[in-house]
Design a protein around this ligand. Sequence first.
Ligand SMILES: *[C@@H]1O[C@H](CO)[C@@H](O)[C@H](O)[C@H]1NC(C)=O
Ligand SMILES: *[C@@H]1O[C@H](CO)[C@@H](O)[C@H](O)[C@H]1NC(C)=O
Ligand SMILES: *[C@@H]1O[C@H](CO)[C@@H](O)[C@H](O)[C@H]1NC(C)=O
Ligand SMILES: *[C@@H]1O[C@H](CO)[C@@H](O)[C@H](O)[C@H]1NC(C)=O
Length: 417
Amino acid sequence: MAKFRRTLLVATAVAAVASAQQQQQPPEDTTQQPEGLHALMLSAGKLYFGTATDVGNHNDEKYQAILAHQGEFGIITPENSQKWEVTEPRRNQFVYTTADTVAEKAQDNGHLLRCHTLTWHSQLPPFVSSGSWNASDLTDILTTHITNVMTHFKGRCYAWDVVNEALEEDGTYRESVFYEVLGDKYIPLSFKIAAQADPEAKLYYNDFNLETSPKKADGAERIVKLVRDAGERIDGVGFQGHLIVGQTPSRRALAALLSRFARLGVEVAWTELDIAHDFSSAASNGSSAANATQLEQQAADYVSVVGACLDEPRCVGVTVWQFTDKYSWVPLAFPGRGEPCLWTATYTKKPAYDAVSKLLREAAANKTGVSTSSAPTLPTPSSISGAAAALSRGGSGGALLSPLLGVVGGLMAMFVL
Ligand SMILES: *[C@@H]1O[C@H](CO)[C@@H](O)[C@H](O)[C@H]1NC(C)=O
Ligand SMILES: *[C@@H]1O[C@H](CO)[C@@H](O)[C@H](O)[C@H]1NC(C)=O
Ligand SMILES: *[C@@H]1O[C@H](CO)[C@@H](O)[C@H](O)[C@H]1NC(C)=O
Ligand SMILES: *[C@@H]1O[C@H](CO)[C@@H](O)[C@H](O)[C@H]1NC(C)=O
């Protein structure tokens, strides 16, 4: 964990140093306001703003310039390279080349890792999905996989998505190889193995459409209780947030959803946020590029989602599933949908980026009591301190966050020096 703490320290310090430098600039210079969603997220009292990324993006210089930009992102999720088909393609053969490359890039950039994912029905190697296992065999396979992968990345993951997408839309369990052989017991079993493999990583259940399907949200609540009732540790629920422009629930509804889970005693986060235009709708009239109206609606929807995280003290942060349309999975997975990210395919910031940025500046100003009516405030060491204090007031979740708060405290000490 020491390594992980150092990484956070670097990431936080980079953002704070950047803002401290900006503070020394003449007040009339408004072009050098605090840059970056992560820096703003910290000053708004949250732990991070992050993005999914992977080795396929490593040779794109424009992309890398934004990814490495000071304060834009504080944490990354490997989009594919930690999935089972990549890390254990054949039984007991573990391959970490790609995931290690992503982890090293993250370290170079001062980014933490949000690690993804362990027990999931999809992107499974054939040896798992097409085997005819008995319970004892599949338990061995799960134990070996989770233990090996988590041990390899131990100390580098802020959190792991331990079980991913175990639910159908109606809230019943998905018919995966895991469910067929082990029943719902595979869920607490996965958390049990994970807790033993890395006692310090936050252990998450992660799923999509919890935002729009009440029965699926009921199912996720059932999973939290199932794991707890089995005596195992679950620290968080990840809301993927793969949403559609104009069909995104309101900030109030989303905040209520997050709060419902926070009341169960887990932390929550947006883990895979993207908000796609539905170009197949009749209204789009055959166009496959968003017009100004659609871009404004997308901005409003992003504000609802990020705002809901601001509204729930136990929401720790937001991760977008790629930051540029150039590399979004959406048009490939859902033909007719597209342009879901904060940056265009040619790396222009969209209205959604500006709206999220403005929201976070306002939230930061509210925390520090400084008006933003004229110039936005900068994330300063004192606002980071305020954020830490606010987080530690966020109920018993403060206990979960205490290692991180210790680091923020350490950062304060650095600034005093
Ligand atoms: C499970 O299957 C394996 C062969 O794959 C066998 O050796 C083992 O005895 C079986 N265990 C049980 C409990 O049936
Ligand atoms: C943008 O597209 C939407 C949906 O296709 C349409 O309803 C709207 O009139 C368009 N607005 C502008 C300003 O072109
Ligand atoms: C839809 O597209 C067609 C062909 O581009 C155009 O002639 C028509 O005016 C469009 N309709 C609307 C409602 O924008
Ligand atoms: C800031 O505080 C004002 C007044 O309480 C409130 O209306 C506004 O929604 C807050 N903004 C954010 C981003 O939290």
